[in-house]
Design a protein around this ligand. Sequence first.
Ligand code: NDP
Length: 271
Amino acid sequence: LKEKLAFVNIYTYIHTKQEKMSEFKINTVLVTGSNRGLGFEFVQQFVNRENPPETIFATCRDPEGARSQELKKFSEKHENVIVIRLDSTDSASINATVKQVEKHLNGKNLDLLINNAGVLNPQSLETQTAEDMLQVYNINVVGPMLVTQAFHHLLKRYGEESNAKSAIIHISSLLGSIEGVPKMFSSFPVISYRCSKAALNMLACCHAVGYKQDGIISLAIHPGWVRTDMGGSQALLSKEESVGEIMKIISSLNETQSGTFVDYKGIHTPW
Ligand code: NDP
C-alpha cells in the first residue's frame, strides 16, 4: 500500500508540475482596438476567465467616442479593465499610453500584447490607389511595429526571470497568406489588406527571432471569418467562438509556437 501511495503522490506531483509548466500565465495584457469587434471580445473573455488577469489594458483610439461607450460601461463594472487612449499609428499617442501603462504596472511586466487593431478597405486591382495602400499599411503594419517597439521593454524578461515568457499576438488574416491567394482571390481581392497582412506576418516572424533572447514569443493568428463590422453579417463565426478558441491557444502558449502563423484553432496556416 505504501508503494502504491508513493506512486500516486509522484504521479500527481509530475502531472501538476506538467500542467503548471504548460499553462501560460497572464497577469497583465494589453489589447489594441479594443472598443469593438474582436478586441472588445478579448477584453470580455479575459475578464470572464477562471483566473482573470490583474490588469487588462483595453486601448482604443477614441475612448470618449460613441463607438467606445460599451467598453467604457464594461470597464466601470470591472476594476481590472483600464481603458486608455491609443492610436496605433500615432507615436505621441503610443508614448503617452506607455507612460500610463508603466505607472499602473509599477515595475511589473506586461505579459501579453495583442496587436488587434486593423482596417480593411475593399479595393480591387483596378480600384486600388496609392493613398489607400499607404493608409492600410500604416494601420495594419506600421501600427503594430510602433506599438511593439514602444512596449518591448515591458515585455522583455531579464536575468533570473529568464524562464518566464511574454508574448505578442499579431491578429493577422488568411487573406495575407501568399499560398492562399489562388483559392480566394476572385471573391476577396482586397489588395491593400492582403499586402498589409502578408507584411504583418513578416513582422511577427522578425519579432519571434529578434526578441527570442528576451523571452518573448511572437506569432500571427488568423481569427477565422468572424461576424464583426469588418467581417460582415455573412461571416461563419461569432466573436465568442473565434476569441474563445484563440483563448485556448493563449492558455498553452510556448516557445515552439513562436514564429508561426496559425488559425483560431491553432492549425498551421501557409505563409
Ligand atoms: P472591426 O472593424 O470590428 O474593429 C477594428 C478595430 O480596430 C476597431 O476597434 C477600430 O477602432 C480599431 N482601429 C482601427 N484603426 C486603428 C488605429 N489607428 N488605432 C487604434 N485602433 C484602430 O474589426 P475586427 O474586430 O473584425 O478585426 C480585428 C482584427 O482581426 C483586425 O486586425 C482584422 O484585420 C482581423 N481579422 C478580422 C477578420 C474578420 O472576419 N472579422 C478576419 C481576419 C482577420 P475604431 O472604432 O476607432 O475605428
